[in-house]
Design a protein around this ligand. Structure first.
Ligand SMILES: [Zn+2]
Length: 75
């Protein structure tokens, strides 16, 4: 079923198992209920979250088995 690939970290060159879902969207392109997902291992979670945050994108990090339905605008 290809399940193993679905839990690999999204960071470039990283083959670690993902422990986190980095849920994000580009507010210029996506409505709040449109959720993009990167998967992250422990080592890359902060890196990916920081990268998206630096671009002004709203981000919600959840455990890998928890799906975020929406990524709200920052308060
Ligand atoms: Zn990684």
């Amino acid at each position: 079923m290809g399940g193993e690939a679905a839990v690999q970290c999204s960071a470039a060159g990283c083959r670690e198992r993902a422990a986190w879902r980095v849920n994000w969207r580009n507010p210029r392109l996506h409505t709040p209920d449109r959720v993009k997902v990167w998967l992250a291992c422990d080592a890359h979670r902060d890196h990916l979250e920081g990268y998206l945050g630096s671009r002004g994108f709203p981000v919600v990090v959840t455990p890998a088995d928890v799906v975020a339905d929406v990524v709200p605008d920052p308060a």
